[in-house]
Design a protein. Sequence first.
Length: 349
Amino acid sequence: MRPKRIKIEKDEEVNYEEELVALKTALADKNEEIEALEGNAADDRKKQEETIENLKRKLEESKHIVDQAANERKKQEEAIENLKLMKDNLGVEVNNDKREIENLKRKLRESERIVDQLKDKIECPVCLEIPQTVPVPVCPNDHIVCNECKGDACPTCRVGMGDAKSLMAVTVMENIDHHCRFFGCEGIFSFDKIEEHAKDCCHRTVSCPQSKCNVKVGLSKLLDHLNDGDCSFLPVTIEKVSDVKTLHINMTERQRNKKTLYSKLFTFTLEDISFCINVEKCDGLYHFYVVMLASEEVCAKYKIDLIVHERDASTDDSELAYKLSGKPCSIDVDKKEFHRIQIDEKGMK
């Protein structure tokens, strides 16, 4: 049996082809969309993978930070434990130190008590001072007296002193501190320093340099003594070392006829040093000398020229002149030993 032929209209054939083309176009568009989606999906996947890697890296970093924090905390806890242990140990040491300090204080008090007892044993019964110079005289009954207060008889038991010396007193003196013996000085020195200090102490006792004055006074008060009494004229200030001071000595006929005559001192100050010029007449001789209110060591740094010449003439023009040149005498030297110019009656005329 022959197949039947289907007759298709021309218009229907055209519609079919158009639909086929449209389907192909749509299919192509879908393929492009699929390809675009696949591309976008690939990009998204890549980005997600990068994000995942970043998150993993950050996670590792966070773990590392957490581990570091944990380690740091562990170290802090260990440090705290060590501090607690140190505190406990320190508390023990503090308590030990307190006990040691108390023991030292107790020993110090005991030592001071013993030293006070020894001081009482070597204290001079006359001046009530601890001797500061050796040797130290002692009587046959072991009673001590200082060199300045020593007499023929012991002031404690009245037996003869003799020439015995106390070695015990010297031993004690060498191992205790000594207060300066001069009034107004609060210095405390070891035995090997006390005498050295005494030579330069500004409060040391000195004699008034005016010949007929027998007053002894602390060096720091000597100028007050000179200014307040009849021993000196008021001080004159010398501005510089090269200044020359001329003194005119006026005497009446009655004064000239006296064998002994004393004048007030002429006192001068230069910077922080003071010195006096004295003019006096003893047994028909006129005496001129300069004394500096300082130690011999300080005086050795200065040189003075003391010239006695005619009133109305200069040193060079004077027919007769007497000169004393050298270091000034120290206030610590005995007045009888002062270097001086001596001029008889004929020379003064």
